[in-house]
Design a protein around this ligand. Sequence first.
Ligand code: ZN
Length: 210
Amino acid sequence: MPRPRRPSTKSIKLIYDSLAKSPKCFGDIVKETGLHRNTVATTLNFLVEKKMLKRYREKKGHEVMYEIVAGWETHWIELMMTKEDWKRKWKEVDNEIEDHLKRKRLKNFKTELMTFLHEKLIEPNRALAKVLRELDMNVPIEIFLKHLERPYCMECLKTKKELKRTSFKDGEYVCTECGIVAETEPFEKRSSPSMMDRIRHLWRKRMKDW
Ligand SMILES: [Zn+2]
């Protein structure tokens, strides 16, 4: 069988952004991305083959769902990074990773590297996605990006369907509206050194290839 052709970056990005919000069925992906059915089908097959997405049915007879798999980030970055991206940022990013791995201080890891990677990598946040799905709310992907930086209050979301951002006080994210301390995965866990290590490894491999 011939290798499937790589779909366009635009299609991949649209589908990925849609699935980063929550797992979806084929029809909903078509609706949300506005892409042609054939394009969606080809791109989904490609991403499943690349082991970036998995297909499953919640129950027998239910529609097939697509979900981003764990450990997706290295595949994702391979696909989304252009040759220029790799080259332009290499030194600076490598130094940054080195520095942070050495100091193991990822708490305030808000550097150019993270901004740059966040443009390329959108980490699905399952907790937020679950609540939004239960409330039947569809929000732009930017909400997920902002939630990663500083979480929204889940309590206000659940009770009032309102997106209130928390503020960072004394090492905790507190809702200014209801005063509840946001439950959130620590930043260290989300952007772990091992993920950085994997990206760096990939980076080095890439550089050697050229
Ligand atoms: Zn609140």
